[in-house]
Design a binder for this molecule. Sequence first.
Ligand SMILES: Nc1nc2c(ncn2[C@@H]2O[C@H](COP(=O)(O)OP(=O)(O)OP(=O)(O)O)[C@@H](O)[C@H]2O)c(=O)[nH]1
Ligand SMILES: [Mg+2]
Length: 495
Amino acid sequence: MKGRAFLFVVPAAGWSGLIARENGKCYIFSPMNPVDTSPIASIATPPGEGALSIIRMSGDGVLPLADRLFQGRVQLSTCAGYTVHHGAIVDGDGQVVDEVLATVFRQPNSYTGEDAVEFSCHGGTAVARAVLAQALHAGARSAAPGEFTRRAFLNGRIDLSQAEAVADLIAARSDRARRISVQQLAGKLGSAVRDLRTSLTDLCALLELDLDFSEEGLELIPSGETQDRIRAVLTSVRRMAASFETGRILREGITVVLAGKPNVGKSSLFNALLKENRAIVTPSAGTTRDTIEENIEIEGIGYRLIDTAGLRTAVDEAEAEGVSRTLASARGADVILLVEDLSEAVEEEEIEEMLSKLHENQHLIVAMNKLDLCNTPPSSLKFQKLSNRGAVFVLTSAKTEVGIEEIRRELGRLAEPSNLGLEEDTPVVNRRHKEALEQAARSLERALETAQNGTSNEFIALDIREALVSLSEITGEVTSEEVLNRIFSAFCIGK
Ligand SMILES: Nc1nc2c(ncn2[C@@H]2O[C@H](COP(=O)(O)OP(=O)(O)OP(=O)(O)O)[C@@H](O)[C@H]2O)c(=O)[nH]1
Ligand SMILES: [Mg+2]
């Protein structure tokens, strides 16, 4: 079945093209935009001062074009790929713009699959801009966001899930997020999806062949086997889609909201966990008015810490807004870090209200703070209620920094693979992939139903082909130009 193309996509409103890839080749069906291979250029490093800035250029005829701005002992257009050359970037008057190193790439062995050159110049906004200006002056066009990666995809260097992994890798804020993106970039998700597609394509071929033989009363594949094979793929597809929740946590981090009554020490604990005086702390209740967010990393996992306004009946409009923001943050949190003041009598109402709004899979850690002011262990009906709700209690003193490490340990424990239900070693982290998997699962459920009803193989094959299209969308074997535009517009310029 390899090499057989399958396309049946109903153009949607605003549809302007279809990209299909088969065996590494790319077919563009677009009435509007043929593949653009013209030379593009952009700064690939972030703005600001640094040791180096990189200006990259790619496209047809880019090396002769680079010769116009680069002056060295050799002409770049005569150089082999993967070679580095010292020289200078010069302007139209022959004035030196900067001294640079030029790396030459020859197609197809470059990031984009095209001829390409990268100039490493001195780091700095003005220098990088001046080199880019010369590249543009020589005839390159400014690259659109993600255009280099888009070309890498269109030239068959990487599949779409790998292209998306590039953006995820750049955006990775924790070590675990980085590791998942690196695996996806290496094509792990793509190859898992391709294995599923192969199973379905083979099954489809058998079912369609079976049709030809059925008139002669021969059965190539018994219905029971068809169902088993669909079920096997369906199980994998469902498992991959379900791994998204874990993937989301690993990618975006775990959201922890510090909540509680005013003055209990939320901001003090927030600062202690961050190891910096980020939030204002004062002895008066109602100090924090708005939510404050910061990120920390524990055991390679990112945590988004949110300090909030204390929960009480608000004394003015601003505080009322703060309290409603606290409740909104608490609703979206993975973990509530409820702070209690051990030196104060326990009051229940606002916190009861907040707890009543928590959903089942939110973790609850209770920091019993101001331990330094308290000699007797706390006992209260409320703590019993919290305990029934599955709360973990930690005795803390933000003042003497007691219990801070224990809170970190508790937060770290939440991200252990067994607690995350991490079955897949590379969970799906991208919402588009998850949706495509869910779509494929729905088609396979229909295929299974059709098979169970004893309907003709033709109809089973139709549902399976639909599932194949959904799976192909993940790796980009079948993609609409709109999807590509959406994906790559989120990239940074120069990538
Ligand atoms: N003795 C002692 N004082 C603490 C401790 N934690 C916080 N405090 C003090 O309690 C007061 C209130 O602390 P904050 O961190 O501002 O409390 P908060 O919960 O953020 O208060 P609001 O923002 O008003 O809701 C400050 O004077 C802190 O120095 C602690 O563990 N021990
Ligand atoms: Mg505060």
